[in-house]
Design a protein around this ligand. Structure first.
Ligand code: SF4
Length: 314
C-alpha cells in the first residue's frame, strides 16, 4: 500500500533507496531507525542547498547538540519556504544554539537541586517528576533539556528506575507522578507497562501523567496496543507539546483520537517560540484546533520561564 502522500513516499525512497510501503512508514521503529541525522540528507530530501558558511556553522552546532528528525516530521516541512517554516525551525539546528549565556546553564527547573535520587525531581510536596527515559524520537531545537540529553553522565542506569519507584513508595505525600524524559514513550510497551504497574501498586499515587511529544513528531507511536496497555492504569493523563497548528495532521489527529477514546485526559503545553508561534493568530488557531481534537491547552510557556539551552529561532 502506498504512503499517505507522494511527498512522504518520495522521502522514504530517498532515505532507503527503495520503495517503502505504508506499513513501514507507520511503524514507529522504522521511523526511529531512519531518523535523519545528517545535514546532507536534509538538503537532499528537501531539494535545497545551504551556503557553505552556513553548513559549517551548523556542523559546529551538531558537535554539541545533534540533529535527529523523524521522516514523518520532516515530511511536514514546506520545502519551498523552509526558512520561514515553523516545523523546519523546530527541527533544524542553528549556530545561535551555541550562544550560551551563563544564566542558561542555571538549574532553573531544579532538576539537580530537587533530586533526592537519580531520575526524580521532587519540588512540590505532593508531586514528583520521574525521568524514566533520557532519549527522544527527535532532537527539538528549543528543548530545555538539551544539555542533559547530550550528556552521557545524565543517562539513567539500570538500577535507577527501581530506586525512583522505591523513593515514591517511601514518600507517602507524593500523590501525583509525572513520567517525563527524554520521552517516556521511547520505552517499550512492556517496560512502560511494568513501571505503571509498579506505580499503581503504591496506594498514595493517585494521578499518573505522561509527558510526551510523540503525538507531534511520531504519531504512529500511539498504537492500539500501547493505548490498550495505558488504559489498564487509569487515571492516566497525557501532556503533549504541539507548538504550531501545522503539526496537527491527519496522523496526529488519529493518535489523539485513539488516546481520547481510551479515556486518557489530554493536555497541551506549548512553548512560545519566536518566528514559530509568537503571534495571536497562530496561538488562537493552535488552541482552537487542539480543543477540536479533545486536547485541553493548559499552558503556553514563555522562554523566560524556561531553563538552559533554550533556542528561540528567528
Ligand atoms: S521530545 Fe521533549 S525532551 Fe525530547 S528533545 Fe523534544 S522537547 Fe526535548
Amino acid at each position: 500500500m502506498t504512503i499517505y502522500t507522494a511527498n512522504q513516499q518520495g522521502i522514504a525512497k530517498r532515505i532507503t533507496n527503495k520503495n517503502v510501503d505504508l506499513a513501514h512508514w507507520r511503524d514507529w521503529r522504522w521511523q526511529l531507525k531512519h531518523a535523519i541525522k545528517k545535514i546532507s540528507m536534509v538538503e537532499s530530501i528537501l531539494g535545497i542547498q545551504f551556503e557553505e558558511d552556513k553548513r559549517q556553522k551548523v556542523k559546529r552546532t551538531l558537535d554539541t547538540f545533534p540533529l535527529s528528525i523523524t521522516p514523518y516530521y520532516l515530511s511536514l516541512i514546506a520545502a519551498e519556504d523552509y526558512r520561514n517554516d515553523p516545523v523546519f525551525k523546530q527541527a533544524f539546528p542553528s549556530s545561535r544554539e551555541l550562544e550560551i549565556e551563563k544564566s542558561d546553564m542555571v538549574d532553573l527547573q531544579c532538576e539537580d537541586r530537587g533530586s533526592p535520587v537519580p531520575g526524580i525531581t521532587h519540588l512540590d510536596p505532593d508531586r514528583v517528576l520521574f525521568h524514566v527515559s533520557n532519549i527522544c524520537s527527535m532532537s527539538c531545537r528549543h528543548c530545555t533539556r538539551k544539555p542533559k540529553a547530550s550528556d552521557t553522565n545524565s543517562i539513567l542506569g539500570a538500577d535507577d528506575i527501581p530506586k525512583g519507584l522505591e523513593y515514591i513508595r517511601n514518600t507517602p505525600e507524593v500523590q501525583d507522578v509525572e513520567l517525563s524524559g527524554g520521552d517516556p514513550l521511547m520505552l517499550s510497551d512492556k517496560y512502560l507497562g511494568w513501571i505503571l504497574t509498579k506505580l499503581r501498586q503504591i496506594g498514595h499515587v493517585q494521578v499518573i501523567r505522561i509527558s510526551t511529544r510523540m503525538p507531534v513528531v511520531l504519531p504512529c507511536r500511539i498504537t492500539p496496543e500501547l493505548v490498550k496497555m495505558l488504559k489498564k492504569h487509569h487515571p492516566v493523563w497525557i501532556n503533549t507539546h504541539f507548538n504550531h497548528p501545522r503539526e496537527i495532521t491527519t496522523s496526529s489527529r488519529r493518535a489523539l483520537r485513539l488516546l481520547a477514546d481510551a479515556g486518557i485526559s489530554l493536555g497541551n503545553q506549548a512553548v512560545l517560540l519566536a518566528g514559530v508561534n509568537d503571534s495571536p493568530g497562530v496561538i488562537k488557531s493552535l488552541v482552537c484546533t487542539l480543543v477540536a481534537n479533545r486536547v485541553r491547552p493548559y499552558a503556553t510557556l514563555h522562554p523566560s520561564n524556561l531553563s538552559a539551552g533554550l533556542f528561540v529561532p528567528r
